[in-house]
Design a protein around this ligand. Structure first.
Ligand code: IVH
Length: 678
């Protein structure tokens, strides 16, 4: 009896502890991300989060889909479900002219025939989202889609720290929708593109594409790392707290939503125009992309009276800023060759002033774009920065064509080594296939090899690589390990100390773990994450080199394209020789005993679905175990599923599907026994 009572008290305490931690962590998230005013250290936050994670794992009966622990995302693949919008997501009528703003104002004035206020807001340039909250909890996040039906992206949206999972304050309706824009701040966008450039992955053209692309990623753990943000601009539902749009947004801010402090209520047309002009200049200092201003009649009653046309509300209008453009002459098109051979056309222009910088060069992206522009040398071209960081050519002033120059034709041979270019099916880019003898590819590969996230060889940089290359000291990464002090000290700007640093850096790199070596090799499409997956699935370079396409695609996240690229890399005798030399030099070409700890091929070739809540280990830990033992964790049940690792509360739909397909279900204990049979 006492025992039961004690146990019951303990359980109550645990529940309270979990709830207390959740509340506290929600508040810290809000302080940090929305208010920019943290009150505890990052370490302290992480410690509390870990404590909560541990408790939630131990006591799955208290699981909560809105716990702060859910912000890290889950790697379950999801094909998004389509959800109808309760209120259609309409668009706004747009204008670029002040005159039309004045017409809008007069129309509203005439129609209402009474005083009214206009709420002026920035037009954020991201991806629109509609969130539903019930009883103060986020239950659904849906993209705009076609305005009537959108994609359910709830799991991805939950990883955005500025979006409250549980509301604070009081006075929110039992059920309501809030709409806003998911944004990728400029800084995050620039960093993401820098990373993609280093990996020769296609760049995002602007933060809007980056935000909407991220929102549609299948793996929400990747979304969690992408640094998305969200601003909110409209509240919908019955029993809203106020009769004014501005006032409702202020209430939303008090519940924890990020409502920009740029919004203003204006009483006259002059004030509205003042707002537009002020932000035309000032918006360049905002952390996110904006492309205009939205004007809304503030009173909800007046909004209702004004009503809607078929596509947009009569009570609102968007004024779009002109993207900054400049007209200049195209003098030449040159071509750059990247580390993996991508050939990028670059327009060389008469220098022209644009958004505060002098532009001399602009990207032309690929052959299709050149063709579409019907570009000729000497053409007067429009250069725009718009939302983009890299200026681009958006048009040609054909009327200014005087004595037409030569039509720009994409080159057919590599400008560096003369090799005929290739274009792979389904890709817009051209490549130089001469991987091992084309100078920028050789230098680029070595630069990638030594880079911080790869072998991290300090003391070496692009200029030194270029000099060593010119002096015929290096032709590939393995040559670095044969450099001698007497060869390099005394070279241009190279004292004994610098030479010594380089050799020390090279020596140190022999300790870099195998998974980073796989990344450093610079295999096309093998970025850091994929390299890790490959290194875990094939614990030595020999195994990786001999892996069949089937074995490769069996590894989580590796598809045909990557498998083909890996096979292609190892099919080259030159690459195999490079690896042999690196190995002989002492570079890690295998996982160490510690890294391999307990690895086996007990689950080789098996596709395993993880479902439910677990007691002994977290879902991520089970996923790692599956990979370590050669298996593949897949998102959804199909006839190809080998078995399901099921914790508690496995969804009824999944259970039914598993039973229908006759798929075995293992509980945690059975699974753990399976991978440690002794
Ligand atoms: S109000 C009935 N306010 O612009 C229209 N929209 O064409 C309700 N947008 O896709 C929209 N900033 O995602 C509104 N301050 C703002 C906005 C905004 C950006 C986007 C919105 C929508 C598009 C409207």
């Amino acid at each position: 009896m006492y025992f039961c009572l004690n146990k019951a008290i303990k359980i109550m305490e645990i529940k309270e502890k979990i709830e207390g931690l959740r509340k506290e962590l929600h508040q810290h998230n809000y302080n940090y991300y929305v208010l920019n005013n943290p009150t505890i250290s990052d370490q302290e936050f992480d410690r509390k989060l870990r404590e909560l994670q541990d408790l939630e794992e131990k006591y799955p009966q208290y699981a909560d889909p809105n716990s702060p622990t859910r912000r890290v995302g889950s790697d379950i693949n999801k094909n998004f479900t389509q959800v109808p919008h309760k209120y259609p997501m309409l668009s706004l009528s747009n204008t670029y002219s002040e005159g039309e703003i004045s017409d809008f104002y007069d129309r509203v004035k005439k129609f209402l025939n009474e005083d009214f206020e206009i709420c002026c807001e920035m037009k954020y340039d991201g991806s629109s989202i509609s969130l539903t909250y019930i009883d103060g909890k986020l239950v659904k996040a849906v993209t705009r889609g076609d305005g009537v039906v959108g994609d359910d992206v709830t799991d991805n949206v939950k990883t955005i720290r500025t979006i409250p999972l549980v509301l604070q304050g009081a006075g929110y309706p039992e059920e309501f929708e809030i709409r806003g824009e998911i944004l990728m701040p400029w800084k995050v966008f620039e960093e993401l593109n820098r990373e993609r450039e280093a990996n020769e992955e296609p760049l995002f053209a602007n933060p809007r594409n980056a935000a909407s692309g991220t929102l549609k990623l299948q793996d929400s753990t990747v979304v969690a790392k992408r640094g998305l943000d969200a601003f909110f601009y409209s509240l919908l539902g019955d029993n809203l707290p106020a009769e004014g749009h501005y006032e409702n947004l202020q209430a939303a801010a008090s519940w924890g939503f990020k409502v920009p402090d740029t919004i203003r209520k204006c009483q006259t047309l002059d004030e509205v125009i003042g707002f537009i002009n002020f932000w035309d200049v000032e918006r360049k200092n905002l952390p996110v992309a904006t492309d205009g201003v939205v004007l809304k009649v503030n009173s909800l009653i007046q909004q209702r009276n004004l009503g809607y046309t078929a596509k947009s509300p009569r009570w609102a209008i968007a004024y779009k800023y002109q993207p900054e453009k400049a007209l200049t002459r195209l003098n030449e098109v040159t071509y750059q060759v990247g580390r993996i051979g991508t050939v990028t056309p670059v327009a060389n222009l008469d220098p022209v002033q644009l958004s505060g910088t002098v532009v001399k060069r602009a990207s032309l992206h690929n052959a299709d774009i050149i063709e579409k522009l019907d570009l000729h040398i000497g053409d007067m071209v429009y250069v725009e920065k718009g939302g983009e960081i890299i200026p681009k050519i958006t048009g040609v002033d054909t009327k200014a064509r005087f004595m037409i120059g030569e039509k720009v034709k994409f080159i057919s041979r590599c400008p560096e080594c003369g090799t005929p270019l290739v274009r792979y099916e389904g890709e817009a880019a051209h490549y130089c296939p001469n991987e091992t003898a084309c100078p920028p590819q050789i230098k680029g590969k070595i630069e990638h090899f030594i880079s911080r996230r790869a072998m991290n060889i300090e003391g070496l940089g692009p200029e030194t690589i270029d000099m060593f290359y010119r002096l015929d000291l290096i032709r590939n990464a393995a040559d670095l390990y044969e450099l001698k002090a007497e060869q390099i000290s005394g070279l241009e700007r190279m004292g004994e100390k610098s030479a010594d640093n380089i050799l020390k850096g090279v020596e140190q790199s022999k300790k870099i773990p195998y998974e980073r070596v796989v990344y450093a090799l610079g295999i096309r499409f093998v970025g850091e994450t994929i390299a890790k997956k490959l290194a875990r699935a094939f614990s030595g370079i020999q195994e990786l080199a001999e892996a069949t396409s089937e074995q490769l695609v069996n590894v989580d996240e590796i598809g045909e394209r990557i498998a083909q690229s890996v096979k292609f890399y190892f099919s080259s005798p030159k690459n195999r020789e490079l690896i042999e030399r690196l190995k002989a030099a002492g570079v890690q070409m295998e996982r160490t005993a510690e890294e391999m700890e307990e690895a086996s091929d007990l689950l080789q070739g098996k596709s395993i679905v993880i479902s439910g809540l677990f007691k002994h280990y977290s879902r991520d830990e089970y996923k790692l175990m599956i990979e370590k033992h050669g298996g593949k964790n897949v998102g959804s049940i199909s006839s190809k599923t080998s078995f399901i690792l099921a914790g508690e509360n496995m969804g009824p739909a999944k259970l039914e599907k598993a039973e229908k397909l006759g798929i075995q279900i293992l509980n945690e204990e059975e699974f753990l026994k399976l991978i440690s049979p002794e």
